[in-house]
Write a protein that binds this ligand. Structure first.
Ligand code: GLY
Length: 318
């Protein structure tokens, strides 16, 4: 039994290990760990306190997958509910579907009795307002919802370095089954309705008990385009070791064209329980917690720099 996670999952890993030790399933452990992160208002990349979109509205994405049968559930652009990971799990367990978005996800959350919540904290709201200035005056901020030219603003306001959070958790239970889960408020000041990799199976997460599991944080558009989480598993499926598979997936990201290339990270495990983390940033870490350990250990990720090609537009769109 073990847990492997992004660093910000530390708030939920002890509880998740308790779940595994008491015979709970990998999906129970993943949901437990991620709910704790979603409730942590100090984490501005997930759940409560997450940074909002360009209009100042928090939109959440989450997804999970079980390695024993490849079942998966996800929600995206969900507003007004604190625990998208639990709603994603219910999509997986109650519906013949895999993925609900926007109003449909809100409707389903209400139907299953999930509790509505206000997600935008005063601190996140203030950072949003400050983040959009000096490009926008406070009067403009108040009128954001009325603008018909948000697409011109999104590139000016959006900075890929502003948030690279998101939480990843991979769990292996007593039966040896894997589950992976991801939750995020996505890219700060994103265009309303923008969905990153986190709720997209194969991009932000993938688990297959026969080979391993992987999950991403960072610039979701890149992981979608390169199908990063599934690539790691596929490279293992064709015979590469965990380390080789991860390196190949990082190099695939470097081969992406276009000018919207920024940072990416992922964690991965193989079916023997070996674990690894990769990052395009120096000094990045991940967490590993085996059943025999008293507390999670923080381990360095392998650093593979990406050729950053994000060029921020400087023109004043007003
Ligand atoms: N990786 C999270 C996102 O891009 O939304």
């Amino acid at each position: 039994m073990f847990l492997v996670a992004s660093h910000n999952a530390h708030v939920g890993l002890n509880q998740a290990m308790d779940v595994l030790r008491s015979g709970g399933s990998a999906v129970d452990a993943v949901e437990t760990a991620i709910r704790a992160v979603e409730a942590n208002a100090d984490d501005h990349s997930v759940g409560l306190g997450g940074y909002p979109n360009l209009l100042g509205e928090v939109e959440l994405d989450a997804g999970l997958m079980q390695g024993h049968d490849l079942t998966s559930g996800a929600v995206a652009a969900l507003r007004g509910y604190l625990h998208p990971i639990s709603i994603a799990r219910q999509v997986m367990e109650r519906l013949p579907h895999v993925f609900l978005v926007g109003d449909g996800a809100v409707r389903f959350a209400a139907e299953i009795g999930a509790k509505p919540a206000t997600l935008l904290t005063p601190e996140a709201q203030e950072t949003w307002a400050r983040g959009l200035q000096p490009e926008l005056a406070s009067d403009d901020l108040a009128r954001m919802n009325k603008r018909h030219d948000l697409s011109r603003w999104v590139e000016i306001a959006t900075d890929p370095e502003r948030t690279r959070g998101t939480v990843n958790v991979i769990a292996c239970d007593r039966q040896g089954h894997l589950c992976v889960g991801v939750s995020t408020s996505g890219w700060a000041w994103k265009y309303p309705g923008r969905v990153g990799d986190s709720p997209v199976a194969g991009a932000g997460f993938y688990a297959d008990d026969r080979y391993g599991a992987a999950a991403c944080t960072g610039t979701g558009e890149m992981a979608i385009r390169a199908a990063t989480a599934h690539s790691v598993i596929l490279y293992m499926k064709i015979g590469l070791s965990l380390g080789e598979a991860g390196r190949r997936a990082m190099h695939d990201l470097n081969d992406l064209g276009g000018r919207y290339i920024a940072g990416m990270n992922f964690i991965a495990v193989d079916r023997q329980g070996n674990h690894i983390g990769f990052s395009s940033y120096e000094d990045a870490t991940y967490l590993h917690f085996a059943e025999t350990m008293e507390a999670p250990e923080e381990l360095p990720r392998i650093h593979i720099p990406l050729r950053q090609r994000w060029v921020k537009v400087q023109e004043d769109p007003a």
